[in-house]
Structures are given as structure tokens and as C-alpha cells.
Write a new protein. Structure first.
Length: 192
């Protein structure tokens, strides 16, 4: 579910029924895709994986034996069908986790890189859809995306008719809403 509903975006833009729900939903989804990686979450990125006939192992560039524990259920994505999904950890190494895999295509594979990195998510303690400032930030991002799509110059127009920023879809997109999401920013998203 998007942080911004089609009805909210339609109302904020003042477009009535002029545009289809699908078109507005694209902007709402894009706003989620832009904003959510900046919000603190309980996840890590694995850089490689391997498997035997019945176990899979994910490898990390950071120490994870204090992050994960045997018996914990995690949600794995971006690692291929035999690895993806809800998995219960059966072994934790300093830089790896191991879990059971099932399926028809479980040929043994040696450790090899995952590009782009896979994601391993533990239990979530923050639901961004329940935080008003995050929802408002998502609405502002969705509006900016909509305006950039509609303006012939590729960016929005100010109410006085002047042009908006030529960098509307640059890093300034997040900079404009950083004050709203500051308490919820993931420190890993602020590098650089």
C-alpha cells in the first residue's frame, strides 16, 4: 500500500477526475520508491550467497552475529527464488546466516556475488504509513513527481507563474522534505 492514496494525491493536485487512477498511482508508488529507502528499517544487505541441496547461506560485508540469531524469521528478497521469502535462521556466522531452502532447482552453488545486493529484513518496528510527517513527505514527493511529468520544462511551476527548480528530480527532492522525515532517517541513507 502506498503512503499516499490516489484520492489524497488527486485532491492535493486539484485535478478532479481528469486523470486516471493508474496514472496517479504511478506517482504515489514512485514517491514510496524514492522515500522509503531513507526511512529507518530493520534490514541489511547481503553481498553474496551459496547453497547446498537443502540449505542456503547469505554473506554480508558487516558483522551480523550480533544482529541475527538462530530461530529468527527474516524476509529475504533480491536473491533468487530458492532464497527469497520468509526463512528461519538455522546458523549464524560472523558474516553469514544459514537457513533451510526447498524447491526443485537446488543444485549446489558455491559462494557468488549478488548484484544488486539482496535484502534481509527482520521484524519491523516502525510503520511509515502511521507517521503523519512521513505521509506528508510522501505526498510532497508525489506532487513533485507529478508536476515534473506534466510541465513542459520537466519541473513544476510556482503559483506566481515562475519556473521551479531545474533540479526538481535531483537530490533536492529529498532535501526539501528532510525536515519532515529527520527523526526517522536511516543513518545508512545519509552517507555522501
Amino acid at each position: 500500500m502506498s503512503l499516499v492514496t490516489v484520492a489524497e494525491l488527486r485532491s492535493a493536485l486539484g485535478v478532479g477526475t481528469l486523470y486516471s487512477d493508474a496514472l496517479l498511482q504511478e506517482c504515489a508508488d514512485a514517491a514510496d520508491n524514492v522515500l522509503l529507502p531513507f526511512i529507518w528499517n530493520n534490514s541489511n544487505f547481503n553481498v553474496a550467497h551459496s547453497n547446498t541441496a537443502n540449505t542456503g547461506t547469505l554473506y554480508f560485508d558487516e558483522v551480523v552475529n550480533t544482529t541475527y540469531y538462530v530461530g529468527q524469521t527474516v524476509v529475504i528478497s533480491g536473491n533468487g527464488s530458492k532464497h527469497n521469502g520468509n526463512k528461519t535462521i538455522t546458523e549464524v556466522g560472523e558474516y553469514s546466516i544459514t537457513y533451510a531452502i526447498t524447491g526443485n532447482n537446488n543444485a549446489v552453488q558455491v559462494k557468488h556475488p549478488v548484484n544488486p545486493f539482496g535484502t534481509v529484513a527482520g521484524e519491523t518496528y516502525l510503520d511509515p504509513s502511521t507517521v503523519p510527517s512521513i505521509q506528508l513527505a510522501a505526498l510532497m514527493v508525489a506532487e513533485s513527481i507529478w508536476q515534473s511529468r506534466q510541465a513542459n520544462s520537466g519541473n513544476g511551476m510556482a503559483p506566481d507563474g515562475s519556473m521551479g527548480s531545474f533540479y526538481a528530480m535531483s537530490s533536492q527532492l529529498i532535501s526539501r522534505i528532510r525536515g519532515l522525515i529527520a527523526p526517522y532517517l536511516d543513518p545508512r541513507s545519509m552517507v555522501g
